[in-house]
Design a protein around this ligand. Structure first.
Ligand SMILES: *[C@@H]1O[C@H](CO)[C@@H](O)[C@H](O)[C@H]1NC(C)=O
Ligand SMILES: *[C@@H]1O[C@H](CO)[C@@H](O)[C@H](O)[C@H]1NC(C)=O
Length: 358
């Protein structure tokens, strides 16, 4: 009966408690930010509903009697109900649960607190149901974010959990900034202004890996594709002027800032210096240089015939030619032989035999 021993039961109980705690910590941690954003959505929709119902009243018209009615509607339970109806999408479970759970708070605010506490988000989400924190603060106790609640992350990042009861208050820095306080500059940025509470990082010139200023003369180190010239400025490397060329034989090289690309030559060139048939260094086979451009060679009109077999004809095409059998002839085993006129022969044979039988 070991399994029912008191130690073991205690152990089981403890592990259960631990598991429950783990799940709760996880759950509440995830929910804290979510609960605040649900609450924010509710109070935003409340304000929208408030505006939407501003021009309404019980009936219509604008007589003095109606005016009195209107002013009554402005603060009425009916108007509150109309606003509450529009707070949540019917599909949003969390939203509807929060509104249902705290419905009496909306009534309290509507009838008793509205004048003194006009900011519903602050009164409801932050101070009453305590799912949010004031801007620049985070966590269960609404502590100040890293960098202070006035300018969290010194204005150069986002504080985790900012304005919610969740998060850890640490900074995710904007591009160009780094460090716990988002006051440092990342590689590729330099510090333009900096003191204990303020930092401005500006992007380096595109030629610098790291730098101390904005121009290509302020690089500590050139980026790949750039090199230092004799004035210690980073300038573009012309990869295309290198020998051997970084491109293939049938390609031309196009230099760009910090890099280069290889483009295929026009098909009339075997090598070239640029795009188009007039930029060939040498013509592709089947093409010849005519006044600086590579043009098709008409092999068929050369003095020496290229199609030498009997009953062959030459057909020129771009870059080459073909030898085909003349009409009335067809190719068989590399020779052009007269196309047998089967149909006619057969027909006449039949006629003949038919006649013969007659
Ligand atoms: C805690 O939450 C994380 C993600 O939020 C999840 O991956 C993990 O499985 C959760 N752990 C428990 C014990 O629920
Ligand atoms: C830091 O610099 C900013 C911007 O130049 C300035 O507004 C601020 O007063 C300075 N703070 C201190 C402590 O020097």
């Amino acid at each position: 009966m070991l399994s029912t021993g008191p130690e073991l039961r205690l152990l089981r109980l403890l592990s259960c408690v631990t598991l429950v705690l783990l799940f709760q910590v996880n759950d509440s941690k995830r929910d804290l930010k979510g609960a605040c954003s649900t609450c924010r959505q509710i109070t935003d929709n409340f304000n929208k509903g408030f505006d939407r119902t501003a021009k309404q009243n019980f009936g219509g018209g604008n007589t003095a009697w109606e005016e009195r009615k209107l002013s009554k509607y402005e603060t009425s339970e009916i108007r509150l109900m109309e606003i509450l109806e529009g707070l949540c999408e019917s599909s949003s479970f969390e939203c509807n649960r929060m509104v249902e759970e705290h419905e009496e708070h909306f009534e309290t605010w509507w009838f008793k607190r509205k004048t003194k506490h006009p900011d519903l988000h602050k009164w409801f989400c932050i101070e009453t149901i305590k799912v949010c924190c004031p801007k620049g603060t985070f966590g269960l106790d609404c502590n100040a974010c890293v960098g202070g609640s006035e300018r969290p992350c010194h204005g150069n990042g986002v504080c985790d959990g900012d304005g919610t009861r969740g998060g850890n208050g640490k900074c995710s820095c904007d591009t160009g900034y780094s460090g716990e306080f988002c006051l440092d500059c990342t590689d590729g940025y330099f510090s333009e202004v900096r003191n204990d509470t303020f930092s401005l990082c500006t992007e380096c010139h595109s030629s610098c890996e790291t730098c101390t200023g904005a121009t290509n003369q302020d690089c500590n180190e050139c980026k790949e594709g750039w090199e230092e010239d004799d004035q210690e400025a980073c300038v573009d490397v012309n990869e295309c002027s290198k020998d051997p060329s970084p491109c293939k034989e049938d390609q031309y090289c196009l230099n760009t800032e910090g890099s280069f690309s290889c483009r295929t030559c026009d098909k009339v060139c075997s090598s070239c210096t640029g795009s188009g048939p007039d930029k060939c260094k040498a013509c592709a086979s089947g093409y010849q240089d005519t006044e600086g451009a590579c043009t098709d060679i008409d092999e068929c009109s050369q003095s020496e015939s290229v199609c030498t077999k009997e009953h062959q004809e030459c057909v020129n095409n771009k870059g080459s030619y073909m030898c085909v059998c003349s009409s009335g002839y067809e190719e068989q085993d590399g020779q052009c032989i007269k196309t047998p006129q089967k149909d006619k022969t057969e027909a006449s044979e039949m006629t003949t035999s038919a006649h013969g039988e007659l």
